[in-house]
Design a binder for this molecule. Structure first.
Ligand code: UD1
Length: 426
């Protein structure tokens, strides 16, 4: 397993270009299953999660071809399997997003239950309940979801999610595009990645209104066609580099990003004393002057503070003056990075499964630490950039799922970072 070695304690200065969004790319790539024409996508990040999805699509018979580093073409005109196997689905929960498109276009599919993961139980009941309301017969057997429709097509339905779910909104939205009649999704997730998916579906011929709101109305159409679409910038990557500037008390210009997608985080960073200015194509973020102070945050669905930025802001809070509190409301086990940050001399009190108190003014020291999930890895990288001495971050395959070229991007800003390669790259 690769490790990342960081000698921290230096301010970072430079410019970072943000890659395409992982969480947009995954559902949008999956939407190729809705048409037999070519879907051409630009700005797809070069990440292991994308390669995993490509393997799943190829196993179904989708033609996947790379046109340049970030441009891919997909064509699902020769689907010869309706089964997403456990071996592939277990490595990435977002693979479950093949369920809605396969079912709505072909009337049957078998998709492995993704199971739990490091950050929580993560059930899929909302996905299944919504598809059942649309007329799907669903059976769970031997770790697989068997879904089929008696009539040829799913039927439009009125669906109200009891809590906001990004994945369930995406699966339902994709399924509804080809269903017979109207589907209304109440309490839909409003993440920018949902808008990106909906906009791509509209360019493929879908009839969707309410994009950008928490109520999506979809009038099903008989078929969708090919399209060309460019993936939005990765907002969590933007936040991570903004915090890299703040935590090292340096300044980084973050470009090729969309500031309007990270308003809640920018507000928190400004309230902590981080200096943020809009620049062409993005923003400039600075922690110079060492005036960072503690704050209390609560994670919540968009437009609230994203759970995917919780580990990173925790790292910054460790270096702030005064205490901070974090209340994590999305996942019940998302503090796996706490003991690792404590190993780096971070002063954090775990209050319960959903809340921590970060004492601040911690003098972080480098240490060997272990990444437990994607965003926890990012939090540890940030803490290591601020810590005096050497940190060795193990299990960085988690990081490779969601951060393109992180060593190159950070070292271009002056970070002392290198990857210790333990095994040949895939
Ligand atoms: C997506 C993101 C992930 C992010 C999360 C929350 C992708 C690929 N992943 O994950 O990075 O952390 O949104 O912003 O886009 N839930 C249920 N039943 C369900 C579905 C969800 O109880 O059927 C619960 C989950 O356990 C969780 C909450 O709802 O507590 C929100 O989960 P959800 O929004 O579905 O997360 P994902 O789509 O898996």
């Amino acid at each position: 397993m690769d490790k990342i070695v960081i000698k921290g304690g230096h301010p970072l200065f430079g410019t970072v270009k943000i890659s395409g969004s992982k969480n947009s790319s995954l559902p949008i790539i999956t939407s190729t299953l809705l048409t037999d024409n070519v879907l051409s996508l630009h700005n797809v990040p070069n990440l292991s999660d994308i390669r995993t999805l490509h393997k799943i699509l190829a196993s179904l018979g989708v033609k996947v071809s790379q046109k340049s580093l970030h441009t891919w073409e997909y064509q699902a005109d020769t689907i010869n399997s309706f089964t997403a196997a456990y071996d592939l689905v277990k490595t990435m929960r977002a693979s479950f997003l093949v369920l809605g498109p396969l079912l709505t276009r072909f009337g049957e599919c078998k998709v492995a239950l993704p199971g739990g993961c490091a950050i929580g139980v993560r059930p899929v009941n909302f996905h299944l309940e919504a598809l059942s309301l649309m007329g799907a017969d669903i059976e769970i057997k031997d770790g697989y979801v068997y879904a089929s429709t008696k009539s040829k097509r799913l039927k439009g339905a009125e669906i109200t999610f009891s809590r906001v779910s990004v994945g369930a909104t995406e699966n339902t939205l994709m399924a509804a595009t080809l269903a017979e009649g109207k589907t209304i999704i109440h309490n839909a997730a409003m993440e920018p990645e949902i808008d990106d998916l909906a906009n791509c579906l509209v360019s493929m011929g879908a009839d969707i209104t309410g994009i950008g709101s928490n109520c999506l109305t979809i009038n099903g159409v008989d078929s969708l066609h090919g399209a060309t679409h460019s993936i939005i910038p990765d907002r969590i990557e933007s936040i991570t580099y903004a915090i890299a500037a703040a935590i090292t008390r340096g300044r980084i210009d973050i470009i090729d990003t969309r500031v309007e997608h990270i308003t809640s985080v920018i507000e928190v960073l400004k309230a902590m004393g981080v200096d943020i200015k809009e620049i062409t194509g993005g923003f400039s973020c600075s922690g110079e002057g060492n005036n960072i102070k503690g704050i209390d945050i609560v994670t919540s669905p968009y437009p609230g503070f994203p759970t995917d930025a919780q580990a990173q802001i925790m790292a910054l809070m460790l270096t702030a003056k005064g205490a901070s509190n974090i209340n994590e409301t999305i996942f019940e086990n998302r503090f796996m990075h706490v003991p690792e940050m404590q190993r780096m001399n971070g002063d954090i009190i775990l209050t319960d499964a959903f809340s921590v108190k970060v004492m601040g003014s911690s003098e972080l020291h480098g240490a060997p630490v272990m990444a437990s999930d994607l965003r926890a890895s990012a939090g540890l990288i940030l803490a290591a950039l601020a810590a005096k001495g050497e940190s060795i971050i193990d299990r960085v395959y988690h990081l490779d799922r969601g951060y393109e070229d992180i060593e190159t991007k950070l070292s271009s800003c002056g970070a002392d970072i290198y990857r210790y390669k333990d095994t040949p790259k895939e």
